[in-house]
Design a protein around this ligand. Structure first.
Ligand SMILES: [Fe+2]
Length: 187
C-alpha cells in the first residue's frame, strides 16, 4: 500500500460503520479516525507515529468487515510496509490495550461505548496473568494505552476536527521515516 492508497482507503470509511453498524459506535469509521488523530495530536504532538497510528487504527474494519475480532491485526499487517514496525505495533495493540485497561482499571469499563463493550467479550475479555505479563513486556504498551484512551474519546457525533487531507503530510513524513529506518528484525 502507498500513501495514496491509504488515504483512499480512509476516505472510503466515510459513512462506513464497523460490524455492529449504527448499534455499535455512534459514528462511522472515518470521523472516528479523524477524531482519534486529532486527540492524539493534542496529547502527544511530538509523536507523529502515534498520531498516524490513531488515524489508521480501525481500517481493519473496512478491509475485513466480517472479522472484527482481528481488525487490529488486519490493520497492522496492512500498514506495516508503509508506516513501519512501531506504527503497526501500536495499531495491533489497540485491541489488547482495551483488554489491559479493563483488567487493571475498574473505572475504565464505564468509559467504553456500547460497541466496545459488545466486542470486548469476543476479543477475550480481561487478560489473564500470562497475557498481562506478556503485554507488559511490550515497549509500545504505554503509547498503545494512550492511543486506546484517545480511541474512546473519539466517538462524539458533534465534534469538529480537521479533515483527512490535513493529515496527509504527516502520513508522508511517517512513511519516509519508515522507509529510511533499518528493519531491526533483519539486524
Ligand atoms: Fe477505534
Amino acid at each position: 500500500m502507498n500513501v495514496d492508497e491509504l488515504i483512499a482507503l480512509l476516505a472510503s470509511c466515510d459513512g462506513f460503520y464497523d460490524s455492529l453498524g449504527e448499534d455499535g459506535d455512534p459514528i462511522p469509521v472515518l470521523p472516528h479516525s479523524l477524531q482519534c488523530a486529532a486527540r492524539l495530536s493534542e496529547v502527544a504532538p511530538e509523536d507523529e507515529e502515534l498520531v498516524v497510528a490513531g488515524l489508521v487504527h480501525d481500517i481493519g474494519h473496512r478491509l475485513r468487515p466480517a472479522h472484527p475480532v482481528v481488525h487490529g491485526i488486519v490493520a497492522a499487517d496492512a500498514v506495516r510496509g508503509l508506516l513501519g514496525d512501531r506504527v503497526a505495533a501500536l495499531v495491533e495493540l489497540h485491541v489488547p490495550a482495551k483488554r489491559y485497561l479493563v483488567t487493571v482499571d475498574d473505572s475504565y469499563r464505564a468509559t467504553l461505548s456500547t460497541g466496545s463493550i459488545a466486542s470486548l467479550a469476543r476479543q477475550g475479555g480481561p487478560l489473564d496473568a500470562v497475557e498481562r505479563a506478556a503485554l507488559e513486556h511490550r515497549p509500545e504498551l504505554e503509547d498503545a494505552l494512550t492511543l486506546r484512551r484517545a480511541d474512546e474519546d473519539a466517538k462524539d457525533p458533534d465534534a469538529v476536527v480537521p479533515g483527512l487531507q490535513h493529515w496527509r503530510p504527516m502520513v508522508e513524513r511517517v512513511a519516509i521515516l519508515a522507509s529510511t529506518t533499518p528493519d531491526i528484525r533483519s539486524t
